[in-house]
Design a protein around this ligand. Structure first.
Ligand code: NAD
Length: 363
């Protein structure tokens, strides 16, 4: 089987890195790479060739590959050059893009969506959402430090003492926990919120304070994901956030509810209570933002508060992000293939979860 790796149009990452190529070969998969696909992540064509991947033009990759991998889905126009017997593997996000599954179905496509792999222990090594969220959480703190006009740690110097920065993390999933760990490592004081009860222990174990708001909706049937909260709960939560935001130097927001608009946790009125120079990094910006003033991929300054919305921060660390993505993809392909061919076992929850088209037949 031949795996075709395309250059991303709008992202610095690449889905397969040179070091993973031999691992693919070991499971009977040849790797074809579009010219310059890894350049923005510092992986040269020569590095792929050294690992015996074939480097070629995009059209040739598309012609020869049995499986086409791209991090961002190909547009409808680009899909016209793909034959229906070829497999597409990408991050289609059918929970957010309601049009994509019907469109792929209509075209008669075979497609796996990596973001639909269930968040189970067995699937952990294939979980691109976790790998990318973890990088985003780390990078959120680094970006906050870049914008913040002060130190994270406490400093005692001959010229005077500096108090540690206060960091508030909203949403303690994978990204939030990594943000907490990174902010703690840098010596700041960290508080965190989450609606999932399971998050409390994890937050405490990282040395942060867990802020509780009573009466969150039960999420036990949501596969580990958060569920939408009532307006009354969110109102009480916003009041609690406001009280802490006034003292915070940095707020990192990561709160998301799969398939829904992100909950509004930091309204403009809260931003207006914050200290000038403080920073909000909003990782939920692409789904509406946790902060009312966030604009995805933009830095907004409101009354001296800097609000940077970016839901794709992993892209800003393209080398490590690509390496982890590539490992996740290899683990997934190893799981779904036998003797180098894809085997669709619909009784397997990882495979049936990730397969978005063709739709499973009714029994
Ligand atoms: P996510 O990106 O969907 O959401 C981020 C966080 O926001 C979540 O922790 C969520 O509870 C929280 N949130 C939602 N609404 C909120 C609100 N109003 N206020 C505060 N916080 C709010 O989450 P994720 O990081 O993708 O993780 C989703 C789940 O999957 C988590 O339970 C995580 O532990 C679990 N997970 C399991 C595995 C595994 O076992 N293999 C791997 C990764 C993640």
């Amino acid at each position: 089987m031949k795996l075709g790796v395309l250059k991303e149009n709008t992202d610095q990452r690449v889905a397969v890195v040179p070091d993973t190529v031999p691992k693919f070969q070991k499971i009977g998969i040849e790797v074809l790479v579009e010219k310059n696909a890894g350049a923005a992540a510092q992986f040269s064509d020569a590095a792929y060739q050294e690992q015996e991947a074939q480097v070629m033009d995009r059209a040739e990759v598309i012609k020869q590959a049995d499986v086409i991998i791209s991090i961002h889905p190909l547009s409808a126009e680009e899909r016209q050059s793909i034959r229906t017997e070829q497999w597409l593997i990408s991050q289609f996000e059918p929970f957010n893009d309601k049009e994509i599954t019907p469109a792929l179905e209509k075209e008669g496509r075979n497609a796996f969506s990596l973001d639909m792999i269930p968040r189970t222990t067995l699937a952990q090594s294939m979980d691109i959402l976790s790998s990318m969220a973890s990088i985003a959480g780390y990078k959120a703190v680094i970006e906050a430090g870049r914008l913040l006009p002060r130190y994270f740690p406490m400093m005692i110097t001959a010229a005077g003492s500096i108090k540690p920065a206060k960091v508030l993390v909203l949403g303690a999933g994978v990204a939030g926990l990594q943000a907490i760990a990174t902010a703690r490592r840098l010596g700041s004081m960290v508080e965190a919120f989450d609606t999932r009860t399971a998050a409390k222990e994890e937050v405490l174990s990282l040395g942060a304070k867990f802020v509780e708001v009573e009466g969150a909706a039960d999420d036990s049937g949501a596969g580990g994901y958060a569920v939408e909260q009532s307006e009354d709960f969110l109102k009480r939560q916003r009041a609690e956030v406001q009280a802490r935001a006034m003292k915070a130097d940095v707020i990192i927001t990561t709160a998301q509810v799969r398939g829904r608009k992100a909950p509004l946790l930091v309204p403009t009125s809260t931003v207006e209570q914050m200290k000038p120079g403080s920073v909000i990094i909003d990782l939920a910006a692409s789904t509406g933002g946790n902060c009312e003033l966030s604009k995805d991929q933009e830095l907004v300054v409101h009354q001296g508060v800097q609000i940077y919305g970016n839901s794709n921060l992993a892209e800003l660390m393209p080398q490590d992000a690509s390496t982890l993505y590539s490992n996740n993809l290899h683990n997934f392909l190893k799981y779904i293939t036998k003797d180098g061919e894809i085997e669709v076992r619909m009784d397997d929850e990882i495979i049936s979860g990730a397969l978005i088209t063709p739709a499973p037949k009714e029994a």
